[in-house]
Ligand binder design. Sequence first.
Ligand SMILES: *Cc1c(COP(=O)(O)O)cnc(C)c1O
Length: 498
Amino acid sequence: MTGPEKADCFAGVCRVPGLSLLHNLKKPAMRYISTRGGMPPKTFSEILLSGLSPDGGLAIPETYPKITAAELAAWRNLSYPALAFEILSRFVDDIPADDLHSIIHQTYTAEVFGTPDITPLKTLEPGLHILGLSNGPTLAFKDIAMQLLGNLFQYQLAKTGDELNILGATSGDTGSSAEYAMRGKRGIRVFMLSPLGKMSRFQTAQMFSLQDKNIFNIAIRGVFDDCQDIVKAVSNDHAYKEAHRIGTVNSINWARIVAQVVYYFKGYFAATKSNDEQVSFAVPSGNFGNICAGHVARMMGLPIKHLILATNENDVLDEFFRTGVYRPRTTTETQHTSSPSMDISKASNFERFIFDLTGRNAQQVKELWSAVDQGKPFDLSQTPLFAKIKDYGFISGSSNHAARISTIRDIHQRYHVLVDTHTADGLKVGQMHREPGVPLICLETALPVKFAESIQEAIGHEPERQAGFENLESLPQRFVVKDADVQVVKAYIDEQCR
Ligand SMILES: *Cc1c(COP(=O)(O)O)cnc(C)c1O
């Protein structure tokens, strides 16, 4: 810790004297409610460690903070962490501002994210950009939110003296991003279930090579759904969950959304010269977390023309934005694609957008999701809500394997830039909707090295490994193998917590 002299340090977070008063005085109270209306208003810290609201809904701010033209002008030249502090402090008002400031500045560093820009903008040609979100430790955009979450969790747990056992299921990016964010954190253990032998060698090595004592990789003899079923079964065992302080870090966590709001502002400033300009963002989407952050940025007043939602073959969201019908898919309808992190049957954060679309009508959201929770569709096409979607700037499209391979090849030939399969889906759909005079910013959600096979197919050779990842697969691995059995997994957790 360099920083100001005589900083007072607590849980790895140091107080910068004299910062908190000003910030705490001018801020109105920020409270969070549930999209289904059944939760008394709570503070940020109260929702930080929780998953679903008690009524099954998702936490959302009572109102979105509105950014004035003067504030937007003042933010244009801020560094990433300074901008992150300005934005986050509008959503987080029960952590002292100087603590929040330190947490943010310790999270968004060139050491962790490879560059002081954190999210550098790459210009392919005038008006067409890629926002680099994948320079964190696991080479995918989830690190941006997860690294902050790790530091917020550690801070919060140190305050209360509690422990947290994070239980998750992964088929790739989420698991490794969570492990790299929580490794070595006091008060936190991570139990991550993955299907034995089903992840790519790179992804497996990324997770299993971690030697930290608080990280437990559990390879399950089964498929991803078996892993997810075990997590659900443990989460539904309320007594066990309570006694073992089980928590999750899945994409419905509000802190993850709000951390992602920051790079929409950063990308906007990087791609424009003045705040009179509008831009559009193309977002490779799965659980609707990333683009939900774009929606929040737009609600705050960031001049976004279109939020272009891109899906792969699993097009449940594209179908909704085109037709007004939201039809969750069954497991067997859900395809395994070459952009696997977007292979979803329904989108867990989508409820937040529908809450806003209905004019924040919790009763209506509750009714709609009583169908969704039973795997049934809902249809807004015959209601006034369908026409309202365009007021929120959303448009959509879907991509497929052939389109993403040809997009990777095309972008490589024309601009000498290599993108991964997910980013290619975003570029494909983004270019379909590109408008003259409106800069298009495509969000890069992972680096190509994670999906070497598809890159080989597109350009005839594998991508180069970046420094530090050359020998990943030959590093020693630390994991246990267990049967797909809830009792077996519970017994393993018991042993480690003793
Ligand atoms: C998680 C992920 C996505 C989907 O993001 P959502 O927030 O779930 O919509 C897209 N691409 C990659 C590489 C991911 O890891």
